[in-house]
Design a protein around this ligand. Structure first.
Ligand code: GAR
Length: 207
């Protein structure tokens, strides 16, 4: 029997290039997941247009309509539930998700971050990398836990930092890797090949 593709929800606030990479990958025949819903906290997010162009359901949920973070997160969770989402992917989602949301989706909530975590969590990681003078930077896909960019690491990819780099040029080089990593992490999850053991994510051989 062929399994139904895993239903994923993507939360995005802006440009949505990672969302696009996921939409493109999941549209390929045989990919074991598809995007069931895109949610944005920003009405003008390009991510919403990308979803519409791909024919994927998308919703702007306005933070202004809710009294606090918990109420907002609960509304997002309800939308994801209604869409039958099994895995939530944060893709340039610039709101911090609350503890209740993290617990609700524990083990089924991923994020992509443009640094080699645990280095440079939080805001402007590419700028932090340049400020620290590191010679290697990169991207990380990780499960989300209750900290900021601290959860178990699923996949990482590195890129060189060049002497002439600006924040923009380094960000672009990292982004190429992000677009490869996120669909790959989703595929591994959908194939049930990711097992969390303490802080580590063990990659299991194909069954
Ligand atoms: C990406 O580089 C993503 O890794 C980063 O924001 C960018 C969003 O681009 N996310 C974070 O920094 C989260 N802490 P996109 O909207 O084109 O995917």
């Amino acid at each position: 029997m062929i399994d139904e593709p895993l239903r994923i929800g993507v939360l995005a606030s802006g440009r949505g290039s990672n969302l696009q990479a996921v939409l493109d990958a999941t549209a390929r025949p045989g990919f074991p997941a598809r995007v069931a819903l895109v949610v944005s906290d920003r009405e003008r997010a390009q991510a919403l247009e990308r979803a519409a162009r791909a024919g994927v359901p998308a919703r702007f949920i306005s933070p202004k309509d809710f009294g606090d973070r918990e109420a907002y997160d609960a509304a997002v969770s309800a939308a994801l539930d209604t869409a039958g989402v099994e895995l939530v992917c944060l893709a340039g989602y610039m709101r911090i998700v609350g503890v209740a949301f993290v617990r609700r989706w524990s083990g089924r909530l991923m994020n992509i971050h443009p640094s080699l975590l645990p280095a440079f969590p939080g805001l402007h990681p590419q700028r932090q990398a340049l400020d620290h003078g590191v010679k290697v930077a990169g991207a990380t896909v990780h499960f989300v836990d209750e900290g900021v960019d601290t959860g178990p690491i699923i996949l990482q990819a590195s890129v060189p930092v060049l002497d002439a780099d600006t924040e923009e040029s380094l960000s672009e080089r990292i982004l190429v890797e992000e677009h490869r990593l996120y669909p790959e992490a989703i595929r591994l999850f959908a194939e049930r090949r990711l097992r969390v053991s303490g802080r580590r994510v063990i990659l299991e051989a194909r069954g």
